[in-house]
Design a protein around this ligand. Structure first.
Ligand code: HPA
Length: 264
């Protein structure tokens, strides 16, 4: 495979999808090899401002990891199958454990902008699903369980490491919206009634593909803003980026601690 010809065949212990604000962590890997998405056969190319488009493989906290520095979003126009293609590539590289991170809007009114939230489950009400279409039995089952989409053991690890660092870690349900418009205040109220604690435009397709592949997944959101209608202010992409920047150090410290103690 093209990627192994560049990175070698040493096993990779953790796949990481680095969302807004966390991308710089990929620069901190040692002995790293970076491959631009545009050079990888069949890979889509990331278009959103603030995301680099590279796979970076290297060592972080003693673990060999593969980072997606920037991801593909449904709102960019990709099909769900393209959005999750890199997860399937990780599987093909032998990766069985995944960390997914993102920026999200806070729906739970006890949250504050800048909080980190462990994703305990998700809600996807839009009809599209990355596994729609022919099923490849070699990858996974046609009908597959989503009741442990966010792994309990890895979630406990995240709770433990946050507590060791004296860091507050919120928990909750992440609800997927296709974007690119932010939600309306009515949609945010509806999301809250349905049980959501945060809303966002990523992660859910990847978590579904990972479950299909029986990969263990840990999900963490950075609450970069309160969702629409909660505070008397407009939502902007720059607020999302600014909070991501402000939280970066804390988020990075948590991800490093989790990686150091990740069970392999
Ligand atoms: N809504 C959807 N996606 C987001 C938000 C939001 O408020 N903030 C960051 N990503």
């Amino acid at each position: 495979m093209f990627i192994t010809s560049r990175i070698g065949s040493e096993p990779i212990e953790i796949g990481m999808v680095l969302g807004s604000g966390l991308g710089d962590l990929a620069e901190e890997l040692s002995d790293s090899v970076a491959i631009s998405y545009k050079d990888i056969p069949h890979f889509p190319v990331s278009t959103v401002f603030g995301h680099k488009g590279r796979l970076v493989v290297g060592t972080l906290e003693g673990k060999r990891v593969l980072c997606m520095q920037g991801r593909f979003h449904y709102y960019e126009g990709y099909g769900m199958d393209q959005v999750v293609f890199p997860i399937q590539v990780m599987h093909a590289l032998g990766i069985t454990q995944l960390l997914v991170t993102n920026a999200a809007g806070g729906v739970n009114t006890t949250f504050r902008s800048g909080d980190l939230m462990l994703i305990t489950d998700h809600i996807r009400l839009i009809a599209d699903n990355p596994m729609r279409g022919p099923n490849y039995e070699s990858l996974g089952e046609r009908f597959f369980d989503m009741s442990n989409a966010y792994d309990e053991e890895l979630s406990d690890l995240a709770r433990r490491e946050a507590s060791e660092l004296g860091m507050e870690l919120q928990e909750g349900i992440y609800m997927f919206f296709a974007g690119p418009s932010f939600e309306t205040p009515a949609e945010v109220r509806a999301a809250r009634i349905l049980g959501a604690d945060a809303v966002g435009m990523s992660t859910v397709p990847e978590a579904i593909a990972a479950s299909h592949l029986q990969m263990k997944t840990l999900g963490i959101s950075c609450i970069t803003n309160m969702a629409a209608g909660i505070l008397a202010q407009k939502l902007t992409h720059s607020e999302v980026m600014e909070t991501g920047e402000r939280v970066k150090e804390r988020f990075t410290a948590l991800v490093r601690a989790i990686t150091r103690n990740w069970p392999v």
